[in-house]
Write a protein that binds this ligand. Sequence first.
Ligand code: HEC
Length: 132
Amino acid sequence: MARNLMISMAILVAACTQVSMPEAPEGQALFAENCVQCHGTSGMGDGPWASAYSPRPADLTRLSANGVFPKARVLSVIDGYDRTGLPGKDMPEFGLLLEGDTVPVDVGDGVLTPTPRPLAALLAYLESIQAQ
Ligand code: HEC
């Protein structure tokens, strides 16, 4: 009896650990590794490589300029799935880098979509740096 309870609890803990959502600091580390060269440490588009690009790397603190953080759009730009509306072609694709475990993310349509954890972490970080 007690043993069964222990096992159920272990399973419950495992399940909870699996769906623990990545938070901004996890995304910040990925951002520092992959994005700052162009977008800058502040995300404002002023990294050391920025001046080599035209159009320049976007100011990622202004993605919510029209009041909503556009999760679905940001995800599809980063993983290379959809670049509709981007004027240039210089933003690299990170689709292959972002494989691995998935976490459920609601990108705004109320549906939890399995999303690679690093991508979800980047999303949490970018959302946290939006200018008010
Ligand atoms: C080699 C330089 C470079 C790197 C590295 C880079 N980007 Fe970009 N990024 C750009 C450029 C240039 C644009 C603007 C593209 C355009 O307007 O056509 C852009 C645009 C974007 C946009 C679209 C912004 C909008 O207005 O919708 C997002 C989101 C973005 N980058 C996120 C990231 C993230 C997250 C990373 C790291 C995983 C990253 N970028 C790494 C150059 C880069």
